[in-house]
Write a protein that binds this ligand. Structure first.
Ligand code: BDR
Ligand code: CA
Length: 313
């Protein structure tokens, strides 16, 4: 099976993505962590423990960048993901496979070992990806496909009016990655906000005899509470899990124009905004004017995407 590398900031929906990848039998050859929902170090611990709860202590985990490229880590988002990033659920410590190299170096090593075939799923800020590209300029060719959960094309942001959280937390890294010629699928809020998990799924997971899945049930308390303020009811976006199901090819792309994506890196109100050039790529326009590095920007997937995901998780 094709090798996968996951870069994450675990994270409640990151756990859903991990559960999806494992449930789906993906050949996960390495995981890197980055500061986002929580610190890179805690994200690694969360990932190790969660993978352990799923019965997998064999997957190499590397701690990645703590700070974004142009600043310092802003701290956890306890109101979304709990103080510890995973809804303050206390998972047992495990004897995980930790590697001493940085997440960026692990990614470079794995890309060199699997030239052209490694699939990368990035569901946190893109700091590690940008550092890996600086370490290995051939990375865009070495990586077969890069799927990123991040950004907002036409939809509003979630971290700010203009910016989605993963991009907002390291806009310089995101700009570098999105303009460097990776074979990229960008999964922005436009599509992730449309596919949700709710109280029924939480109940099912909470009743599971599988400790990892049961833990997600508990984590969802925090996540669903936060999302009441977004949707007006107890349902929450599957962001990272949707990106995972797109990366595996299980969820197809109904509407995903190729467009150039650049990121606002200034410190004004648009910081972290993904400027997606949909001129000529949108609705029934005939002319394409997007130039430079192009990403497939996912604007629509089939309506049953959440079911596809939750039958695996
Ligand atoms: C993204 O930000 C994080 O909070 C989530 O885990 C997801 O990766 C959504 O904007
Ligand atoms: Ca995430």
């Amino acid at each position: 099976a094709e090798p996968f590398f996951l870069d994450c900031d675990t994270g409640i929906d990151d756990c859903l993505a991990i559960a999806y990848l494992i449930g789906r039998g993906v050949n996960l050859v390495g995981v890197g962590t980055v500061s986002g929902n929580t610190s890179a170090a805690e994200a690694a611990e969360n990932t190790a423990r969660f993978l352990g709860a799923l019965g997998r202590t064999d997957i190499p985990i590397a701690v990645g960048a703590h700070n974004p490229l142009d600043g310092v880590f802003a701290g956890t988002v306890a109101f979304v993901h709990g103080e510890n990033g995973i809804g303050d659920v206390d998972l047992p410590a495990v004897d995980a496979t930790r590697v001493d190299t940085s997440a960026a170096q692990l990614l470079v090593d794995l890309a060199r070992q699997n030239p052209g075939t490694l699939k990368v799923l990035a569901i946190g800020p893109l700091t590690n990806l940008a550092i890996a590209f600086a370490l290995e300029p051939r990375l865009p060719e070495l990586i077969g496909e890069l799927t990123i959960m991040g950004g907002a094309a036409l939809a509003p942001g979630n971290a700010t009016a203009a910016a989605e959280a993963n991009i907002y937390k390291d806009p310089v890294a995101a700009h570098t990655v999105l303009t460097s010629g990776f074979n990229t699928i960008l999964v922005p809020l436009d599509v992730t906000m449309e596919h949700t998990v709710g109280a029924a799924e939480q109940e099912r997971l909470s009743a599971s005899t599988q400790p990892g899945l049961r833990a997600i049930g508990a984590m969802l308390d925090t996540y669903l509470d936060f999302y009441i303020g977004v949707y007006g009811e107890r349902r929450a976006s599957l962001h990272d899990a949707l990106a995972a199901a797109i990366a595996t090819g299980d969820v197809s792309l109904s509407l995903a124009p190729e467009a150039s994506v650049v990121v606002e890196t200034g410190r004004g109100p648009a910081r972290g905004q993904t400027v997606v050039d949909l001129r000529g790529r949108y609705r029934n326009y005939a002319l394409s004017v997007s130039a430079g590095a192009l990403s497939r920007v996912v604007l629509e997937v089939p309506a049953d995407a959440a079911d596809t995901i939750m039958t695996v998780v």
